[in-house]
Design a protein around this ligand. Structure first.
Ligand SMILES: Cc1ncc(COP(=O)(O)O)c(C=O)c1O
Length: 497
């Protein structure tokens, strides 16, 4: 009841009261409640509370007895604590957000903030997965500039898109993913919804799982992209991990992965990275993908692909879609989230899609209708600019060719840097350590195997900013900086535990 009294005066105070649940709450006399009008000055309530608390404790203490004594002592402590909190809030001019704690910085995006604050000339940002030129500058693809120029010349409008997004984009994105000739496209088996890039697409799918598969759990690789857990947590979808990374080989723990997928409750959603696994850069081989598909099929699990790097891993859109197409070819129902942040460099345009391959066209229609129903109250309809860029680039054979070339160049620059880093490490490290795992990894990241303390040393001593799991983004590295980075890694690996 004390909290009820506070609720009329300040949510801050009710948050304070809510946090004091450990001890039985103090109950003000019911006759006082009606005289506490909404918006009552908090200091009046506090003063009343303090006087009334003393009165109550006095009465209780006077009653005597062991139980009453313990109760009084606990309540006294509780009062003192809460009173201190409320007085503190008053001293700093009460905010209604007193009960809102500071959130920790994002483990990936927070790295960029720390990088910006560092004034050392040698600093290197290998935290966020964003492509940089050899001069370490952000890159807007020429084909994107060309598409944007065309859009301006045509005087295209900014009207709302339908909930499902731009039809031309949805067609283009599904065809890129599955291949234009894929029977699932020809037979209308795919429900495609334009969504807010990879993250938004995953989040929409998570909301769908929560609504229509409330008993199911999602299993995700250990480790995985940091935001996966947040997405499923916020959507209230239970998840657990399957083994993926083997620290001994800095490679794939294939047996562990298969065993854990097999052991998951039948009908689980298995989150798979379509290509260029983030953070490890370790992908299954084509033969291993077949075995993964076998187990998923046997256990009646639902494959759920996250494709954030199509074309960016190998330089080929088709090669990077191999895993998804393999599952689809087996006639399986599949979820696929797509992103154009990396392969078209459209990070801030928030353009991507959620695709659900279904067993029949009418199932796809129903699934799509429900995805739209989920999207409408979340963000109403998606943004148009990125969708038009993708649709224009893919829809024009010349621009499509130019995009593929630029993608190959980006993927090629990352491969060169990967090779040079390996060469520098092998030449400089006289310990005989085998660094060849770096060459076996794929995509924009390398999982160095450095632990948190060693990663801290990379930042504190060498001004190399990276995530604390030992991941570095090679897309943020230049050939010129490879030697410096190799020195930092060797020092951190051999001299820090
Ligand atoms: C594995 C993975 N999935 C999804 C995303 C989502 O990215 P975005 O929301 O920018 O498309 C990323 C981005 O780094 C990623 O690495």
């Amino acid at each position: 009841m004390a909290s009820a009294a506070f609720a009329v005066s300040s949510p801050a105070a009710s948050a304070v009261a809510a946090r004091s649940k450990a001890r039985p709450a103090y109950s003000p006399p019911p006759q006082l409640l009606p005289i506490l009008p909404p918006g009552l000055n908090i200091s009046c309530v506090t003063a009343w509370w303090f006087v009334d608390a003393r009165r109550c404790l006095g009465e209780e203490g006077a009653r005597g007895g062991r139980d009453a004594a313990w109760g009084s002592r606990g309540r006294l402590a509780n009062y003192a604590k809460n009173f201190g909190r409320v007085m503190m809030a008053l001293a700093v001019d009460v905010s209604r957000f007193e009960g809102v704690p500071m959130a920790p910085p994002d483990p990936i995006l927070g790295v960029s903030e720390a990088f910006k604050a560092d004034t050392n000339d040698l600093k290197l940002n290998l935290g966020v997965g964003a492509y940089r030129t050899e001069e370490l500058q952000p890159y807007v693809l020429n084909v994107v500039k060309k598409a944007e120029k065309l859009m301006l010349e045509r005087g295209e409008n900014k009207e709302y898109l339908p909930i499902e997004g731009l039809a031309a984009f949805n067609k283009a994105t599904a065809e890129l993913l599955f291949g234009a000739d894929n029977p699932v496209i020809k037979q209308g088996l795919v429900a495609t919804l334009q969504a807010l890039s990879g993250t938004g697409s995953l989040r929409l799918a998570a909301a769908f799982i929560q609504r229509y598969f409330p008993e199911a759990k999602v299993i995700i690789s250990s480790p995985t992209w940091g935001n996966h857990k947040n997405i499923f947590n916020d959507a209230r979808v239970p998840w657990s991990e399957y083994r993926y990374y083997d620290p001994k080989t800095v490679g794939l723990d294939f047996e562990g992965m298969i065993a854990d997928i097999e052991a998951a409750p039948e009908g689980s959603f298995v989150l798979l990275h379509g290509c260029a696994h983030n953070p490890t850069g370790i992908d299954p081989t084509p033969e291993q993908w077949e075995k993964i598909a076998d187990v998923i099929q046997e256990k009646k699990h639902m494959p759920f692909f996250d494709v954030a790097y199509q074309g960016f891993a190998s330089g080929s859109l088709d090669e990077d879609a191999f895993s998804v197409r393999l599952f689809v070819k087996r006639g399986m129902e599949v979820f696929v989230a797509q992103s154009y942040s990396k392969n078209l460099g459209l990070y801030a345009e928030r353009i991507g899609a959620i695709n659900v391959v279904c067993s029949a066209p009418e199932v796809a229609d129903r699934v799509k209708s429900q995805l739209k129903r989920l999207a409408r109250p979340m963000y109403s309809n998606p943004p148009i600019h990125g969708a038009k860029i993708v649709a224009n680039v893919v829809g024009d054979p010349t621009m499509f060719g130019e995009w593929k070339q630029e993608m190959e160049q980006m993927a090629g620059r990352i491969k060169n840097v990967r090779q040079k880093l390996y060469d520098s490490l092998s030449a400089k490290d006289k310990s005989g350590k085998d660094w060849s795992f770096i060459l076996r990894q794929i995509g924009m990241f390398s999982y160095t195997g450095l632990n948190k303390t060693q990663s801290d040393n990379m930042t504190d001593k060498w001004h190399v900013y990276m995530t604390k799991d030992g991941r570095i983004s090679l897309a943020g590295l230049s050939l010129a900086k490879c030697d410096y980075l190799a020195d930092a890694i060797i020092d951190s690996f051999h001299n820090v535990n």
